[in-house]
Design a protein around this ligand. Structure first.
Ligand SMILES: NC(=O)C1=CN([C@@H]2O[C@H](COP(=O)(O)OP(=O)(O)OC[C@H]3O[C@@H](n4cnc5c(N)ncnc54)[C@H](OP(=O)(O)O)[C@@H]3O)[C@@H](O)[C@H]2O)C=CC1
Ligand SMILES: Nc1nc(=O)c2c([nH]1)NC[C@@H]1CN(c3ccc(C(=O)N[C@@H](CCC(=O)O)C(=O)O)cc3)C=[N+]21
Length: 283
């Protein structure tokens, strides 16, 4: 593989190793961080992610429990479970897997999660604190993206960053974090005109649109950092990012393959957030 391809295994192993050391020290004092993951319904992709999260917790010594609820679960029943987890002292992080079935309001559920246990960083108070630059639990995928960019060795401050996508869970918070790192940030979306030209000015290009292989080399300035958040399952069952990796790899500088980097980093940031939340709740 070309040397500009970012090695997710190495980054993830390094961070998880450090987390484990810190968690082992807490365990020696009789304290263990705990994460509750709630999965409503049978979405196969969600089931894979939830299994990966439980495995990752075990790897670093975080207590975890998975609550699997049937698709027919009512909003009231789900809110009752969230309330119980909010009051459970073994649990320091709560993640309700999205998307939820249509009859349940995602906003109502996110609002119900205790701000201190919101390890997804989706609660409006955490979102608000992020936007005004106060400490908060950061959303996992965006925090992972920043960590990956920093580990390429480039300085974010002063660089031109272009983000494609403006969702509340990826595009918008990635843009806020890049701004906080003093990048000059442009956010593109489905109404953006001249997107290729804008992207070609980027020193850092982050793509989160949900369209397989959408970004080709015409979007990429030679040597630019390219971070592909997209995870799309193709008809043949394989996974593809939003970036046409084979087309872009010889033009880009450091670039993330899919699968292998942003997904596992998202889970790693979830472990990090659970440890932060546990320490804050213990203090
Ligand atoms: N690796 C990980 O951990 C995670 C990966 N993902 C993946 O990231 C991708 C994006 O997810 P998410 O943000 O939730 O997706 P959403 O569907 O919520 O948002 C997609 C965004 O992309 C924009 N968009 C769509 N098509 C185009 C286009 N042709 N040109 C420009 N902009 C476009 C939309 O614009 P508009 O707002 O105008 O509609 C929207 O802002 C998906 O593949 C998802 O699976 C998501 C979460 C975590
Ligand atoms: N409340 C909530 N929080 C989330 O963080 C959240 C969510 N809901 N809903 C769905 C998205 C998606 N997401 C992923 C996590 C890990 C991988 C991951 O580990 N991906 C592996 C491959 C996994 C596979 O083989 O399918 C990789 O990219 O290498 C992917 C996607 C978290 N999300």
């Amino acid at each position: 593989m070309s040397e500009n391809v970012i090695n997710g295994k190495q980054i993830v192993a390094d961070i998880r190793g450090k987390l484990k050391e810190e968690i082992d020290l807490l365990a020696a004092e009789g304290f263990r961080p705990g994460l509750a993951v709630v999965l409503v319904g049978e979405d196969p992709a969600s089931a894979v992610y939830v299994r990966n999260k439980a495995k990752a917790c075990e790897q670093v010594g975080i207590y975890s429990e998975v609550h699997r609820l049937p698709a027919e679960t009512s909003q009231v029943e789900l809110l009752e479970l969230v309330d119980k987890l909010n009051r459970d002292t073994k649990i320091h992080g709560i993640l309700v897997q999205l998307p939820l079935p249509k009859h349940i309001s995602e906003d109502a559920v996110i609002d119900a999660i205790a701000v201190e246990k919101d390890v997804d960083g989706f609660h409006p108070i955490n979102v608000g604190n992020l936007s005004i630059g106060k400490p908060s639990l950061l959303p996992c995928t965006p925090a992972g993206v920043i960590e990956i960019i920093k580990r390429t060795g480039i300085t974010i401050s002063g660089k031109r960053a272009v983000v494609i996508g403006r969702s509340n869970i990826v595009g918008k918070p990635v843009s806020m974090l890049l701004l906080r790192e003093n990048a000059t940030v442009t956010v593109c979306h489905s109404r953006t005109e001249n997107m290729k030209e804008l992207c070609r000015e980027a020193d850092i290009l982050v793509v989160a649109i949900g369209k397989p292989k959408f970004v080709t080399k015409e979007f990429v300035k030679p040597g630019a950092v390219v971070i592909d958040v997209g995870i799309n399952r193709l008809e043949d069952g394989t996974l593809a990012g939003d970036v046409d990796f084979n087309d872009v790899v010889d033009t880009a500088g450091p670039i993330t393959p899919v699968p292998g980097v942003v997904g596992p980093m998202t889970i790693t940031m979830l472990l990090h957030n659970t440890l932060q939340a546990a320490k804050a709740l213990r203090a």
